[in-house]
Design a protein around this ligand. Structure first.
Ligand code: ATR
Length: 277
C-alpha cells in the first residue's frame, strides 16, 4: 500500500512541499503520496487524528501549528525539545514522534550548498520568535565565534540568549546598541517579509555587515525580500532567501520518514530554474 504523507497548515495552498517530496520520492523510488491538508484554526488535533486513521505516516507542519504539533507528539527529538516546536511528525505505533528539521535545514544550506563556514565567524540573528528558537542550537553546534540575537522587542532576545546560554557563545544585543558591531553572517528570522511586518520601521543599522558578509533570509520569495534589499544596499556581498532551507528541511524530514537522504540539488534546479547556487 502507498504510504501517505502531507503538509498541514493554514493557509497551505501555496506550499511547495508536495512538489519537493514528489521529486524526492520519484528520484529515490519510494512508494508514497504527499498531499496538502488545510486544517481549520483550532482543529489541528482533529485533522491529525483523522489523517492517522486514514493511514497517514507522516506530516510536515507549517504556520500556525508548530506548537500544536509539539503538543500532540508523544515523544520528541532533542532538537525539537530545544526548539519547543515541531515541523515534522512521524507515526510511531499508536502515537506521533515530533522532530524539528528547520535548524538542520538552514545549517546545511549555509555550509553545504552555499559553502559558508559558520565555525569561528560572528553571526547575527534578527528576531526572537519561534523561527529563531528553532535555529539557535543548530547554529551554535557549528561553533561560531559569537552569536548575537537582536529583536525589535529586546526582552525576548534576552530571554532566548538566557535559555541557550549553556550551548555556546550567545548574547542578546538591542538594535540601537549594534552600531559599531560587524558580522560575517546576518540571518533574518523575523516575519518582517510577510504581510503583517512589511511596512513597519526597520530597527537595525546597515553597518552590521562586515566586508564580505552574507545575508540570509529564512523566508523565500520570487523577488528579493525587504531584508535582502536592505542587506544589499548596506554592503552585504551576497543576499539569499530561504528556498535552500525549505528544500533541506524537507530532505531532513524525508530522511526521518524513509531512512534515505535525497539529493537536493535537482529539486533546487526544479524550483529555481536557471539560478546558480
Ligand atoms: P515566527 O514563528 O515566524 O518566528 P513569531 O514567533 O511571531 O513568528 O515571531 C516574529 C518575529 O519577527 C519577532 O521576533 C518579531 O519581533 P517582536 O518580538 O518585536 O514582535 C519579528 N518581527 C515581525 N515583524 C517585524 C518588523 N517589521 N521588524 C522587526 N521585527 C519584526
Amino acid at each position: 500500500m502507498t504510504d501517505r504523507y502531507a503538509v498541514i497548515g493554514n493557509p497551505v495552498a501555496h506550499s511547495k512541499s508536495p512538489q519537493i517530496h514528489a521529486a524526492f520520492a520519484q528520484a529515490s523510488g519510494q512508494d508514497m503520496s504527499y498531499e496538502r491538508l488545510l486544517a481549520p484554526l483550532g482543529e489541528f488535533d482533529a485533522a491529525v487524528d483523522a489523517f492517522a486513521r486514514a493511514g497517514g505516516r507522516g506530516l510536515n507542519v507549517t504556520v500556525p501549528f508548530k506548537l500544536d504539533a509539539f503538543a500532540i507528539a508523544s515523544a520528541h527529538s532533542a532538537r525539537a525539545g530545544a526548539a519547543g516546536a515541531v515541523n515534522t511528525l512521524a507515526r510511531r505505533g499508536e502515537g506521533w514522534f515530533g522532530d524539528n528539521t528547520d535548524g538542520a535545514g538552514v545549517v546545511r544550506d549555509l555550509t553545504v550548498n552555499l559553502g559558508v563556514e559558520i565555525a569561528g565567524r560572528d553571526v547575527l540573528v534578527l528576531g526572537a520568535g519561534g523561527a529563531t528558537r528553532g535555529i539557535l542550537d543548530p547554529l551554535l553546534a557549528q561553533r561560531p565565534r559569537s552569536l548575537v540575537v537582536s529583536n525589535r522587542t529586546p526582552e525576548k532576545a534576552v530571554e532566548l540568549a538566557r535559555r541557550f546560554a549553556a550551548d555556546g557563545p550567545i548574547a542578546a544585543v538591542a538594535a540601537d546598541a549594534l552600531a559599531g558591531r560587524r558580522f560575517d553572517m546576518v540571518i533574518n528570522s523575523t516575519s518582517s517579509s510577510l504581510a503583517a511586518g512589511a511596512e513597519a520601521p526597520w530597527p537595525w543599522p546597515g553597518t552590521v555587515f562586515a566586508p564580505g558578509a552574507l545575508a540570509y533570509d529564512l523566508v523565500y520569495a520570487d523577488a528579493p525580500t525587504r531584508f535582502m534589499r536592505w542587506a544589499t544596499a548596506s554592503g552585504a556581498v551576497r543576499a539569499v532567501d530561504g528556498m535552500g532551507m525549505l528544500i533541506e528541511q524537507a530532505a531532513e524530514s524525508f530522511l526521518l520518514w524513509r531512512g534515505i537522504r535525497p539529493d537536493t540539488a535537482p529539486v533546487f534546479a526544479l524550483l529555481r530554474p536557471g539560478a546558480a547556487r
